[in-house]
Design a protein around this ligand. Structure first.
Ligand code: NDP
Ligand code: OXD
Length: 292
């Protein structure tokens, strides 16, 4: 096996000798003038951070796809689906107040229609796990799909039809020109009213740029939305003065639904590069035209 040297941007290195760039939110412009560059590896599953660099070299882009990352995301999605289904916040409050109160208004998973925006690596896994718990699951993607036990939709009309049946919306889309700001007032207004949970729930772990936080807050205030679990935000870290922090119907996590651990990502990048150097094609290539 030939030896490789690994350098970081903050140390001196010979730009002509660089063959692969591994990036998570590199400072714009830092990947240009690398004449021997063969490919760029995104250290996250999302690649919007790369396209934020106007001087990004026109080289193949590989993104991390790893079962560890996928399983963590599904854990987070399933956890929040159950938190809303089983009214965790209500029972936490009752516990604090030492109140033993119950009623018969516990809907079951089978009464709840979950719509998943994005049926890629993450969306498909989360959808299958929600299905296994008994939720009714639908999904929306760019290209039409057929997945066992999951009602699949695509296109603008498909989105409208899916939203009209959705009690719980799980957002696992990439941030692209086509998806920026998609979770806004018109989309929220298209969700099913009432339903088993008394109103729709939003669960977003895709990207903060997909959502319009002012619209989400307004919908929560007017009870158009019954609750929200958000892992990603328009600005990160979420500013201290954001009302989302204290809204009683909101759960917040600090963009860690699925953390790419250094071990996982380094092993993935090493395998991808070694395979490419052996002459195999690059896997998990990003489509620059679509932006994901
Ligand atoms: P994939 O690329 O595998 O899947 C993306 C899905 O979105 C595909 O089903 C795709 O459709 C669909 N899609 C893309 N654009 C559109 C559109 N305009 N209209 C309808 N559907 C669209 O991505 P992953 O599942 O691996 O990851 C999804 C996102 O999750 C990442 O981009 C990243 O932003 C986020 N993420 C967040 C993490 C966190 O910790 N919060 C961790 C990891 C990822 P099609 O199938 O037809 O291509
Ligand atoms: C990712 C992320 O895209 O952690 O991998 O957000």
């Amino acid at each position: 096996m030939p030896s490789h040297t690994i350098v970081t941007l903050d140390e001196p290195f010979d730009r002509a000798s660089v063959r692969y760039a591994l990036s998570w939110r590199h400072p714009p412009g830092t990947l240009k003038d690398l004449p021997g560059l063969r490919a760029i590896v995104s250290l996250g599953a999302g690649v919007d951070h790369l396209f934020a660099d106007p001087a990004l070299p026109n080289k193949p882009i590989v993104r991390v796809v790893d079962p560890d990352l996928t399983h963590r995301m599904s854990e987070w999605v399933v956890m929040h689906a159950l938190v809303h289904l089983r009214q965790l916040r209500r029972y936490e409050r009752q516990q604090r107040e030492r109140r033993w109160e119950d009623d018969d208004q516990q809907p079951k998973a089978g009464d709840v229609e979950v719509g998943v925006l994005g049926l890629g690596v993450m969306g498909r896994d989360a959808a299958a796990k929600l299905k296994a718990l008994g939720f009714k699951v639908m999904g929306w993607s760019l290209s039409p799909k057929a997945l066992p036990g999951i009602a699949c939709f695509s296109g603008a009309d498909g989105l409208k039809r899916m939203l009209a049946q959705t009690d719980m919306l799980v957002v696992l889309l990439p941030l692209t020109e086509a998806t920026r700001g998609i979770v806004s007032a018109p989309l929220i207004a298209g969700l099913r009213r009432g339903g088993a949970l008394g109103g729709p729930i939003l669960i977003n772990a895709g990207r903060g740029g997909l959502q319009v936080e002012g619209d989400i807050l307004a919908a929560l205030d007017s009870r158009t939305l019954r609750g929200a679990s958000l892992d990603v935000f328009e600005r990160e870290p979420l500013p201290e003065d954001s009302r989302l922090w204290t809204h009683p119907a909101v759960y917040i996590s600090p963009h860690n639904a699925a953390i790419s651990t250094p071990d996982t990502v380094a092993a993935f990048a090493a395998r991808a590069i070694e395979a490419f150097e052996r002459g195999e094609p690059l896997a998990h290539l990003v489509d620059r035209r679509r932006g994901y």
